[in-house]
Design a protein around this ligand. Sequence first.
Ligand code: GDP
Ligand code: GDP
Length: 454
Amino acid sequence: DEDRALLDADGADSDEEGEAGGRPVVAIIGRPNVGKSTLVNRVIGRREAVVEDVPGVTRDRVAYDAEWSGRDFTLVDTGGWEVDASGIHLRVAEQAEVAIELADAVLFVVDATVGATDTDEAVVKLLRRSKKPVVLVANKVDDQRIEAEAAALWSFGLGQPWPVSALHGRGTGDALDALLEVLPEKSAVAAYQRGGPRRVALVGRPNVGKSSLLNKLAGEDRVVVDNVAGTTRDPVDELIELGGQTWRFVDTAGIRRRVHMTRGADFYASLRTQAAIEKAEVAVVLIDAEDNIAEQDIRVVQQVIDAGRALVLAFNKWDLLDEERRHYLEREIERDLAMVSWAPRVNVSARTGRHLERLVPALEVALDSWDQRIPTGKLNSFLGEVVAAHPHPVRSGKQPRILFATQVSTRPPRFVIFASGFIEAGYRRFLERRLREQFGFEGTPIELSVRVRE
Ligand code: GDP
Ligand code: GDP
């Protein structure tokens, strides 16, 4: 079954036109266990075609092709909210914020048998701020007796709560009809879907020179793109001509406005960074070359990797470097950024314009890698050679064999290896290294997972 799912995902991915087109995007949000997945299954039935190139879709978010009453839309499920006592609000807000922003309408699911929780209230605030159309689903209303509980959710101020039992199908039709009524015909977030200008996020901790670099790159003829998501909030993109093509720099308003909030500034900065990265295909992480590489720099780099986006490292303020600092910088890079030794690197100065022309080639290399697909035959003959030359170590008399491997997706490249037994982490890293040596993948994270076949 797992194989089947993989092949389906593969098929969806290689469809270059994409399912995306201009179909509107619906985000389904809510706390864990309120019944989101159950509702998704109700809507999409058995056709679980996972759509890949929907912005904001990460390990935590899955997109499906959905249809109701003859209208097609993309349904994005935010299944992965983490419930840990410490940071739940933060995590939920982060996930919800991105999902809401990248949607044309929202299905907000609440468990009517539990009622409104603090987390729900926090999400309601985000929803109000976003001004997106919302359909409030009061789930687990399995019978009439619970309808009063559903009615209590009027208190959210999000309009009518639709009493639904996702499990039994009760009321789902009405809720979906209500959704279609508020769902725009044309997607306002469709500009983000496959085929448009390539999307770049310019990220980095405060004062590394993001706004200076943006100004330098944009020059005079920058085009400010209207708030794509149609909200009144910060994120605004800019289209910038570089190296003969147009690039979409996402969420540049946040960079330009330079809001300096005192309380919670870090939280908002990291949220904004997260949103920008997820909307982008490639991220340029800007680092102040004059300053020591900081924890925060590494965190931003890690966010890019975790989101599975292509990565370029840009060391800025190169005009300020003397010989000694250059020496120490190289050592810091080796020590602190070893995990992204595969990322192309440019040494620039936003002030003088030094080497800015090297940015586009670096972006292109990274995006090509991100898009790269290795044919299964080629992959397996290569792995065959590698494994023959360096077999997995024997442990307690056993030696797992690599049976077969396939690249299940691009953007970023993901591989699944089928093996006869457990593959040690060290050997996985070895395989990843060899894959990179053989096929490049400069500028893109790659994922390698192992399935054990007895
Ligand atoms: P998610 O975490 O929000 O995706 O929630 P799930 O869809 O996984 O559902 C969580 C649990 O609630 C599961 O055990 C479901 O069977 C149950 N559930 C979902 N919808 C309903 C419903 O309408 N009524 C009842 N009684 N249980 C439901
Ligand atoms: P942001 O917070 O990342 O947007 O950083 P800014 O663009 O506002 O830059 C922070 C400070 O660094 C400003 O004083 C800039 O003038 C300065 N700066 C930015 N880039 C360079 C550069 O390449 N060289 C030098 N010397 N200063 C720079």
